[in-house]
Design a protein around this ligand. Sequence first.
Ligand SMILES: NC(=O)c1ccc[n+]([C@@H]2O[C@H](COP(=O)([O-])OP(=O)(O)OC[C@H]3O[C@@H](n4cnc5c(N)ncnc54)[C@H](OP(=O)(O)O)[C@@H]3O)[C@@H](O)[C@H]2O)c1
Length: 293
Amino acid sequence: MQLVWLVTGASRGFGLELVKRILARGDRVIATARDISRLDPLLAQPDIDKTRIFVLELDVTWPSNVLQETAKKAIDHWGRVDVVVNNAAYAVSGPSEELGADMFMEFMKTNFAGPINVNNAFLPHMRARRSGTLVVFGGFAVYKSEFMGIGAYSTTKAAVHAYGETLSAELAQFNVRVLVVSPGTFDTSPRMTVHAPAHPIADYDAAREELRKRLAMRPHIPNMGDPARGMDTLVDVVRGEGRAAEKGEGGKMPLWLFLGDDSIAAAKGRAEALRDVAEEWKEVGAGLGRDDA
Ligand SMILES: NC(=O)c1ccc[n+]([C@@H]2O[C@H](COP(=O)([O-])OP(=O)(O)OC[C@H]3O[C@@H](n4cnc5c(N)ncnc54)[C@H](OP(=O)(O)O)[C@@H]3O)[C@@H](O)[C@H]2O)c1
């Protein structure tokens, strides 16, 4: 069956790669971006079937009524949208104390409120059809967050994971599937920067410098994930074919898709750490029920 996909943040990185992988499978795609001219190079490629791609401006931070109007345009184009992929996000790093609540909340607007508002704009359509798939992008930072500078970003992604998990339970009754994608480190070019605080705290000067060095090293991380392979796998899982043919029989999807060896290791590591701490400290936390007898 030919699916109609909508992808946010299709201008570069995973989003652009996903659009290419969707087209390669013969599906149709609504490629959305804040600046749609950034999709011109893709559209200029001679092997792109332009009858199966529709480009639409969409900023995930737009107010919900504007996103609803945009969703209507998207649905009207081919009469339906089967899969919505919430890929758009950004990242800034810095010590949590310097970022402060304002920066945490600023991040939330794009990385967390964005997917909620986009999904909600398409949900009346999907509920009415009793069919659809919502994909939200979390990340392995959720399970590997105990290091300097990652707090604001990993908080938004942890919120996305929790939101996606609950949403999957809420929407099962409408036959709408939810997939939480948790990529490891992939060879995209995220424009992650180190936050330049208005009021720097001198105690963090060295940490900020260390963060800058770490970001500069990102392109040299060995065995980084290949975004084309990662997005091909995502299409496999949504379509229940290729790598996911056996496990995805009958439209079955996992709740989380851990993409990349590092992501799988991070999820397993977190699961083991939770189990170990719960076991080791159980005498401290157990048996705190009210004495009703
Ligand atoms: N790459 C990795 O290693 C990795 C690991 C874990 C999770 N992820 C997640 O995977 C997703 C894609 O990451 P990526 O590496 O491909 O990032 P990327 O190369 O930085 O691309 C981010 C995309 O999001 C778009 N975007 C940002 N703010 C937006 C907004 N307000 N409205 C609409 N679009 C917006 C950007 O558009 P502009 O071009 O207009 O800026 C761009 O297309 C993100 O959710 C990220 O958190 C990535």
